[in-house]
Structures are given as C-alpha cells and as structure tokens.
Design a protein around this ligand. Sequence first.
Ligand SMILES: *Cc1c(COP(=O)(O)O)cnc(C)c1O
Length: 361
Amino acid sequence: MTAIKPQPGIMDIALYVGGKSHVEGVTQVVKLSSNENPFGPSPAAQEAVKRAVHEMHRYPPTDHANLRAAIAEVHKLDAERIICGVGSDEIIAFLCQAYAGPGTEVLHTEHGFGMYRISALAAGATPVEVRERERVTDVDAILAGCTERTRLVFIANPNNPTGTMIGLAEIERLAEGIPPECLLVLDGAYAEYVEGYDGGAKLVEHRDNVVMTRTFSKLYGLGGLRVGWGYAPAEVIEVLNRVRGPFNLSNIALAAAEAAVRDSAYIEKCRSENARMRAWLSDALAEHGVPCDTSTANFVLARFADQAEAEACDLYLQKQGLIVRRVAGYKLPNCLRITVGDEPSCRQVAHNIGLFKAGAR
Ligand SMILES: *Cc1c(COP(=O)(O)O)cnc(C)c1O
C-alpha cells in the first residue's frame, strides 16, 4: 500500500458521464444527448475564430476585458462584476474552492446538475442533497436543509435535467432566507431560453449574497470551446479572481464568445426556433402517451412507465441512430432527457417513440 493518498473526498467523486455521441454499428447518428444548439454557433463566431487563428502564438489577455465589455453591453450589466471561465463549470469550481472546504456543506437539489457535487467534493466539502417537489425546486426544503455549516446553495433555473424553473419571487425568498455566511448560486445555463428572464442578474445587483453563472455552451452553440461567465457582487469577483488562472481562456475562445454574444439576431432566431420545436415535441410525445413537464429550456424530460420501459426505449432509439440521455444518475430512472433538435430530428425522435410505444422493439 502506498503512503501517497489524495485529499479526503477526492475518491468519493464519481466521474462525470457526458452525453453519448456514438452508437456501435451506426454511422449516421442524431445526437440529442447534450443540449447542444442544433444550428451550431453564429457565423460571426466562426469568422472570429478564423481571424484568431493568426494569434495562436500570443498569450491571451488575463482580464478578458473585451469579452466582459461585450457581455455587459448586451445584457446591460456592470462589466466589473463579470468573471469569465472555462465553461460555467469552472465558475462553479472557483466558488467551491474559494467558499467551501472541509467541515462545510454545499447544498444542491435532488435532480440538480452533477457538477455541484463533484466540485464540492473536490474542494473537500460535504455535498448535501435536498428533495424537490415533483421535479421542481422547493425553496422551503432548501431553507430547511441549511445549517450553520452551509456555505453555498446551488440551483439551476431552469433546471437540468427537469427543464422546470421557479419564479423570481421564490428565488428572492430563498436569497432572503439562507444563513448569513451562505452564497446562493443561480446557474443560468438555460436562462437565455426564457423570454424576459434575466437569470437573476437584478438580484445579484441588489444583494450581497447572490451569484449568477451563465454559459456559451447551450444557446450560443460553443460547448466545444468552453466559455462561461459569472456575475457577482464586487467582493465575490475579487475573491474568485484570486483562484482563477491568469490565462484560463484562449484567444480563440475569447474572440468566438465576443462575436457570438453580439450576434443578437442569430440568437433570437435560435431561441424562437427552440420554443417552436419544444412545444411541438412535447405535444407529439404526449400524443404517444409519454408525458413531459413543461420545459423552459432546450430539452424535454420524457417520462415512461418505469425504468425498464425508459431503457428499452433508449435502446430502440439507439438502433435508429437517435441518441438521447438516460438520467437514472439524476434520480430519474423512468425518464429520458431529449434535446430539442432541428425540425427533422424532432420529427424523427417523436415518430420513433411512437413506434416504440406501439410495440416496436
Ligand atoms: C450545460 C450546463 C452547464 C454549462 O456547463 P459549461 O461548463 O458552461 O459548458 C452548467 N449548468 C448546467 C445546469 C448545465 O446543464
């Protein structure tokens, strides 16, 4: 036995399992397992990457000033309170590293995003899971779950993989009720999909205990480049910048994200197309006897009779080259999460679920 051991908690981390992208023996697949934008990134972002290729020998800026200014302009925020990270996953990790640690607790909800637990354990903290109410965040349950050891409360709003969300009044009640030494983190990975919702940005500006995280991986179609950001009180930004690597984002990633956030016409088109196909898909599934909660994001959570039926349907879809996401790891064994793809993909997945429910195997 070696005397060399990792820190406590590290070996309790179960590796994150991403959405599948291949099926054995199938060459043409439709990937609906990772909530990616079916239309890809904006053409302006692609052009920006081509230009940035000529700067690969140069170190990137450490302050991300141009990208922060672009985000601030588009979202009408204060650039000084923005921090950029390698995906919003990195902002989640910074928060845990800086505010949690051995002897402290990090709260997340029953069907909450997997990175909260992973980052809490990586920081040596204890993740604490709180129940939801019928796949919806329950503010009272979270408040009841807080103790004097709680340092961070993570909620995704809209949540992944449920697609449900709670209103700003409920979020404000949560921010008001958590213990004084605790930060509320609003994960807004899907906030852009909700018309008129600011992800909680106003709350960040009016309180000292709320942080919002956002990403370029979903609506902006840049998951492969890894860019996310956080919006927080100035004191929190000062803390997070101390644990952030100075060159965490590449020139290419910065250039692409800046062009993407400024291309509001493209984003508007993607948002409305998602809303249209999301409604179509959940109606089509309901007609086949597969209910979904009302989704506010770019995926639906399809509920089957039981785990066996969900798994059989997943295998049937795979044989047709359709890859969706199993979510048993999110305590939803009878469900499959299906990303809203383009119209042909939505029609194909609904058609095949219909065939499956009619007895095809
Ligand atoms: C996809 C997703 C993220 C974003 O991760 P990135 O690191 O920005 O790619 C964050 N939170 C939730 C809930 C997500 O589903």
